[in-house]
Design a protein around this ligand. Structure first.
Ligand SMILES: [Zn+2]
Length: 352
């Protein structure tokens, strides 16, 4: 069985502005790199053009009034849709609906066994978008929509979302904060200034208490602490939760050369993180795994890292190069402290 890469040129038609970091150039660079790498000529990968375009899919998660607001804003020529840096262009609505459709197509393909696993190369990203608001370049929440589809329409009861973007996925957390049907785990940089959610004490509420795991890491955390967080916290909790499906929000802004993210990972570290989550999927849910693109703004590294991630998913040998970032001992000490604190908080719900 093959690894499916879901992509359509329609994803280039969301244009938030000439100087905006979340630019169509990101996907152009990724697709050029994927094609040059030769993985599409292998027996292990297949390129799939997603066609699914349904408002019902978006309404699985989002408030209708908000969805209509985005649609109207686009029909009127575009502009800002939040108080910050999220903008739409005339075709953004159609693109964002298709990104949701692509994510749902991907989980369906994996569930039905028509591919081994899948990477959704979509824009705009989704994990900051809440039920009724746009945020952080995101319009509709792709990962949350695919998860809701698995729960409501496919009858799954335990879905694990691992958020590996440099920023906390405040939208995804909020959508599933009061349910145990979804375990939301996020590794991210200090969320104080943005997005203002993702603190270690935020563990879910009501039926969802204990099903949100936040690991807020210090600036320049680096590979060692990041990967240890996966080993010490994410792996044992995931094994106890026994998910039926794993989705990952993959943000390449974790890289040390990213202009926005501040976690200081190397390309090798990011790949190792994906491999760990892949291994969990193989061990816990017959390899059912879908990755969805979130952030990542250094075009050169984003393209290379995504291609390496897809190669690993397809069982091919990833090709990577990188330089070593500065990683001071003092910063590591801060990171270990966070891991210990999160383990202490989460040990109220999981044996750690
Ligand atoms: Zn991000």
């Amino acid at each position: 069985m093959k690894t499916a890469i879901l992509y359509t040129p329609l994803f280039l038609e969301h244009r938030p502005g000439r100087r905006h970091p979340e630019s169509p150039k990101r996907l152009e660079a990724i697709m050029a790199y994927v094609r040059r790498s030769g993985i599409l000529n292998s027996e292990s990968c297949v390129l799939v053009e997603p066609k699914r375009q349904s408002l019902e899919d978006v309404l699985l998660v989002h408030d209708e009034e908000y969805v209509r607001f985005i649609e109207r804003r686009c029909r009127m020529g575009g502009g800002p849709v939040d108080m910050g840096d999220t903008f739409v262009s005339p075709r953004s609505f159609d693109v964002a609906v298709r990104a949701v459709g692509a994510s749902i197509t991907a989980v369906d393909m994996v569930l039905e066994g028509s591919c081994r696993n899948a990477f959704v190369l979509c824009r705009p990203p989704g994990h900051h978008a809440g039920v009724d608001y746009a945020c952080g370049f995101c319009l509709f929440n792709n990962v949350a929509s695919a998860t809701m589809h698995l729960l409501r329409r496919r009858g799954l009861r335990r879905v694990l979302i691992v958020d590996l973007d440099a920023h906390h996925g405040n939208g995804t957390q909020e959508i599933f904060y009061r349910t145990g049907d979804v375990l939301y785990v996020s590794l991210h940089q200090n969320p104080q200034t943005f997005p203002g959610a993702g603190f270690s004490w935020q563990v879910g509420e009501g039926d969802g208490e204990g099903y949100t795991v936040n690991i807020p890491l210090p600036q320049s955390t680096g590979d060692t602490v990041y990967l240890t967080a996966l080993e010490w916290i994410v792996e044992p909790i995931a094994k106890q939760y026994r998910p039926e499906f794993i989705l990952a929000s993959v943000g390449l802004d974790v890289h040390h050369r990213d202009p926005i993210g501040r976690l200081g990972l190397t390309a090798w570290g990011q790949l190792a993180a994906i491999k760990k989550v892949l291994r969990l999927a193989e061990e816990l849910c017959s390899g059912r795994f879908v990755a969805v693109l979130e952030g990542g703004y250094n075009l050169k590294f984003v393209a290379m890292m995504v291609t390496a991630d897809i190669s690993a998913m397809a069982g091919l040998t990833p090709k990577l190069w990188d330089t070593q970032p500065l990683n001071l001992h003092a910063i590591k000490a801060k990171g270990w402290k966070v891991l210990k604190e999160v383990r202490k908080i989460q040990s109220a719900y999981w044996s750690l």
